[in-house]
Design a protein around this ligand. Structure first.
Ligand code: FMN
Length: 107
């Protein structure tokens, strides 16, 4: 199982409504692929952690990298893990500070 974290810069034409729809669609696609994770957006800054089977995460991250809705994608961390950290979240939006606390497993 793989856990991957990255940051990116949202395309300025992304409205709150488009962001909300994108996260809804991500959550539903993730649920059908056994992917879980968390995302935070503040201004144009995006930070996301995704976890799941390695092949699923590799495939998803190459989709995410190619997605024109954001740019300046920087992979922060890629870690083989034995258990999920976010088993109950197919994708949830958190305030940035909560996402940082979750990423460091403080929460
Ligand atoms: C910031 C951001 C986060 C995304 N997170 C996910 C995600 O967690 N799961 C997902 O399936 N798609 C996510 N997407 C959408 C993917 O980039 C892509 O559109 C999606 O995997 C569908 O690809 P397909 O139409 O080629 O199957 C995200 C896109 C962006 C811009």
């Amino acid at each position: 199982m793989l856990r991957l974290a990255y940051v990116s810069q949202l395309n300025p034409d992304m409205t709150d409504e488009r962001i909300a729809r994108m996260i809804e669609e991500a959550a539903s696609a993730n649920a059908s692929h056994g992917v879980t994770g968390i995302i935070a957006l503040e201004g144009l800054r995006v930070c996301q952690v995704i976890e799941g089977d390695s092949a699923d995460i590799d495939r998803l991250f190459s989709n995410i990298r190619a997605d024109m809705r954001h740019a300046a994608i920087i992979e922060l961390d890629r870690m083989e893990v034995s258990a999920r950290r976010y088993p109950d979240w197919s994708m949830v939006r958190l305030p940035m500070v909560d996402m940082v606390l979750h990423a460091y497993a403080v929460l």
